[in-house]
Design a protein around this ligand. Structure first.
Ligand code: GDP
Length: 139
């Protein structure tokens, strides 16, 4: 059965240009409840570890630089079928290809500076939630 939690990050491009509030409102309208949230600036070690799966990709170094360029907002979200529902709400990685009305179509600048992260599986959602939050924050 699909899980009911997922992890999002409002990325530095969006958070630092006044789009955090509108994105939070967008996610609430899409039916998500907020389980835990924080505002933080990732260290290089944290960004490198978070995106380790992409370490061989040509965009890895610029991606890490972008993710540590300013504050971001990791959030654990809850609703039925959370992972799939959030992926649908944010749209394709490249905003040029994202469907109308999705977070990335509305708020992203480019394929790299694309406003928001979303876990891609229940397993990664749990791992990513534990990356940013203590067990006590996730009850
Ligand atoms: P997501 O699951 O839609 O976020 O996409 P991926 O997991 O494939 O990639 C992680 C992040 O790396 C994306 O959200 C982008 O910020 C960045 N990224 C992915 N593909 C590219 C690319 O081809 N070029 C650049 N510059 N950045 C990319």
């Amino acid at each position: 059965m699909a899980g009911n939690r997922t992890l999002t990050i409002i990325k530095p491009d969006a958070f630092n240009s006044g789009k955090g509030g509108p994105i939070i409102a967008h996610l609430e309208k899409a039916g998500f409840k907020f389980v835990a949230a924080r505002v933080m600036r990732l260290t290089e070690a944290q960004a490198t570890a978070f995106y380790a799966v992409h370490r061989e990709r040509p965009f890895f170094a610029p991606l890490v630089r972008f993710m540590i360029s300013g504050k971001c907002m990791p959030i654990v979200l809850e609703r039925a079928d959370a992972v799939a529902a959030l992926r649908k709400a944010i749209g394709a990685t490249d905003p040029a290809e994202a469907e109308a009305g999705t977070v990335r179509k509305l708020y992203a600048e480019s394929k790299e500076r694309n406003a928001i992260h979303a876990s891609d599986s229940d397993e990664n959602a749990e791992r990513e939630a534990n990356f940013f939050f203590a067990e006590a924050d996730l009850v």
